[in-house]
Design a protein around this ligand. Structure first.
Ligand code: ATR
Length: 275
């Protein structure tokens, strides 16, 4: 066992995760002692793994699919934003072994937009969200917190969008998937949170006739970095922000908490992670 402070990303599958590259790059960049690895953990192994990690020198962990919701059961302390989202992606192990759970996905989403579209004003109009999965939940909480006046959700499975409205309230409207383009009317912020557009999946196709060129458009898909959806929006004249930055920024609070240095997300970071 190493004496270095250790952190890891836990999930299943995990081999595709970019987090080890990101955190190892930051550790090297700032000359910090530490180690960040990937742990493949099944649902059955989750509790035992979490309980064993502090004694193995782990000071924290990122959590990815499929454990973001179930990990909440094992947390001793949960931040308000993780409670609201109903999922955690960042754990810190206290010295007495207690687990502190946070969710930085919404933070990463907002930080990415602010960096990629500095003129973006969340209060300037509604937000259109396509998709109603876990990522959409975190983004809705973050957008509401940032002061977006109205959120319009469209999802293939409508009841999942209705459930988000039930959870998050009055500022949310649901539109049918077959009329998804209606969500774009008056939208100032537009987000694809579905897996459509990802390598190996179908494209995300929606008519952009209703889309204003003043809107800021982003996609949580980052493989490929430029999705056809982002290209089409850019052709309309919109500012577009790719999804890689959300992943990079969500890692910032955990790294700072564990290793004591607030890391930067810049071009060099992007290059290191994509290499
Ligand atoms: P995450 O937690 O990352 O958001 P998820 O919960 O699996 O992932 O959500 C994936 C999203 O992509 C859902 O909104 C899903 O729509 P459904 O709720 O109808 O399943 C959406 N999605 C995936 N494949 C899709 C497809 N072929 N057409 C339309 N939407 C799709």
């Amino acid at each position: 066992m190493t004496n270095l402070p250790r952190a890891a990303v836990i999930g299943n599958p995990i081999s595709h995760s970019l987090s080890p590259k990101l955190h190892t790059y930051w550790l090297n960049r700032y000359g910090l002692d530490g180690e960040y690895t990937a742990l493949k953990v099944t649902e059955d192994e989750l509790e035992e793994t979490l309980r064993a990690m502090p004694a193995q020198g782990f000071i924290g962990a990122n959590v990815t699919l499929p454990h973001k919701v179930s990990v909440m059961h094992f947390a001793d302390q949960i931040t308000d934003r993780a409670t609201l989202i109903g999922a955690a992606n960042t754990l810190t192990f206290k010295e007495d072994g207690r687990i502190f759970a946070d969710n930085t996905d919404g933070y990463g989403f907002i930080a990415n937009l602010r960096q990629g579209a500095p003129h973006w004003d969340p209060k300037a109009g509604s937000a259109a969200i396509f998709g109603a999965g876990g990522a959409a939940r975190a983004i809705i909480v973050a957008l509401a917190d940032a002061g977006v006046p109205e959120i319009i959700i469209s999802n293939r499975t409508r009841p999942k969008a209705e459930a988000l409205r039930a959870d998050f309230g009055a500022r949310i409207t649901v539109v049918d998937w077959v009329q998804a383009d209606k969500a774009l009317q008056d939208a100032n912020t537009v987000i694809n949170t579905t897996s459509l557009g990802m390598v190996g999946a179908q494209d995300f196709k929606v008519s952009l006739d209703n889309l204003s060129k003043d809107a800021v458009v982003t996609d949580i898909v980052y493989n490929p970095l430029r999705t056809p959806f982002l290209d089409d929006a850019q052709e309309k004249g919109c500012t577009t922000v790719d999804g890689l930055g959300m992943l990079l920024h969500q890692g910032v609070p955990g790294f700072e908490r564990w290793f004591g240095q607030r890391p930067e997300v810049d071009e060099a970071t992007r290059r290191a992670v994509l290499a």
